[in-house]
Design a protein around this ligand. Structure first.
Ligand SMILES: O=P(O)(O)O[C@H]1O[C@H](CO)[C@@H](O)[C@H]1O
Length: 318
């Protein structure tokens, strides 16, 4: 019988781990927070399951943020895979995140959409939040569009603005956490990863071109995103601090996905839809809430769909 470990779980085979038999963080195993989903072979199983269920072979993926999932409904000849049916996948628990992988054609171009993402505040470790990105890589994805809903901290931003992300501040990284924490999987990428060009300049320039052609440039901004752990919105003091740090938009996602995408060599374009203005003074009764986030996302739905379609066409043509 296998020896029983912490919390009645099977004790980790430390020797196998040390010799590379399993790709999980030893500490996660010992603390009982890993359920072994991190192993390369299991990610291959998720990827193979999706490939077996569709004829589409996309090179481009889109992660849909809060309220932005209807982008996936634009896909033609859709194949949909609820997360609970995909081997080794976590499930989405947040309103505005349908929880499906959708493959199909966007303006005739094969794409893959994550209609709903995973967040750290749902209880997932960062590696699990971002594991679908590795599954995408194993399916052939080379370019990814990461979208989110975010609070506008830059005073010049209005609700409904679209901020192309040019850089981020990885707050979790400051505190010692990372989706890449643990033994490095060389089959995906290097142990030490540079992040100074994480957001691809060429893709951003294509996106600007697309926005220009659609007459959207007056609502397009370019700025710095920060991910906080959530699920609380920020205090006034926290927002004032972030403002001093040079943050333009505040959210609770995206950064782990971008880190993992860059680790495995994908090109990244990302944008935030500004769904609310961050409240930086004490003299107000206004309070941010998720309903307004979804409402603002719905209001900008049409423009976003057009923009993403055009960007995808340009990405496919380059
Ligand atoms: O980042 P996405 O998933 O778009 O969602 C944003 O909206 C939610 C808060 O209203 C948080 O989940 C935040 O991260």
């Amino acid at each position: 019988m296998a020896p029983t470990g912490i919390n009645g779980r099977e004790a980790p085979d430390v020797q196998a781990l040390a010799s590379g038999g399993g790709f999980m963080c030893l500490e996660q195993t010992v603390t009982g927070t890993s359920d072994h989903d991190f192993r390369y072979e299991l990610l291959e199983e998720s990827a193979q399951f999706l490939l077996d269920g569709t004829k589409h072979r996309p090179n481009i993926a889109i992660i849909c943020g809060s309220g932005l999932g209807s982008l996936a409904t634009e896909l033609e000849e859709r194949d949909e895979f609820p997360y609970e049916t995909v081997p080794h996948f976590p499930v989405s628990t947040v309103t505005g995140h349908a929880g499906k992988m959708v493959l199909g054609l966007l303006s005739g171009i094969p794409v893959m959409c994550m209609q709903g993402r995973f967040h750290a505040y749902e209880g997932y470790p960062l590696w699990k939040v971002s594991m679908p990105v590795r599954v995408m890589k194993l399916m052939g994805i080379e370019q990814i569009i990461v979208t989110n809903a975010a609070g506008g901290l830059n005073e010049k931003y209005n609700v409904g603005d679209i901020m192309f992300i040019k850089d981020h501040i990885n707050m979790q990284g400051f505190a010692g956490d990372s989706p890449l924490r643990g033994r490095n999987e060389e089959r995906f990428g290097p142990r030490f990863l540079c992040m100074n060009n994480a957001y691809d300049k060429e893709l951003r320039s294509l996106a600007r071109e697309a926005a220009q052609q659609l007459g959207l440039m007056d609502i397009v901004k370019e700025g710095v995103y920060v991910m906080l752990g959530g699920p609380t919105y920020e205090t006034v003091a926290e927002l004032r601090l972030l403002s001093i740090l040079g943050v333009d938009a505040v959210g609770m996602s995206t950064v782990p996905e971008v880190i993992v995408a860059r680790h495995c060599g994908m090109k990244v374009f990302a944008f935030s839809l500004i769904t609310n203005k961050c409240i930086t003074d004490y003299e107000t009764d206004l309070e941010p809430n998720h309903a307004e986030v979804i409402e603002a996302a719905n209001a900008r739905q049409k423009d976003l769909k057009e923009l993403v379609k055009k960007i995808v066409s340009k990405m496919a043509a380059k």
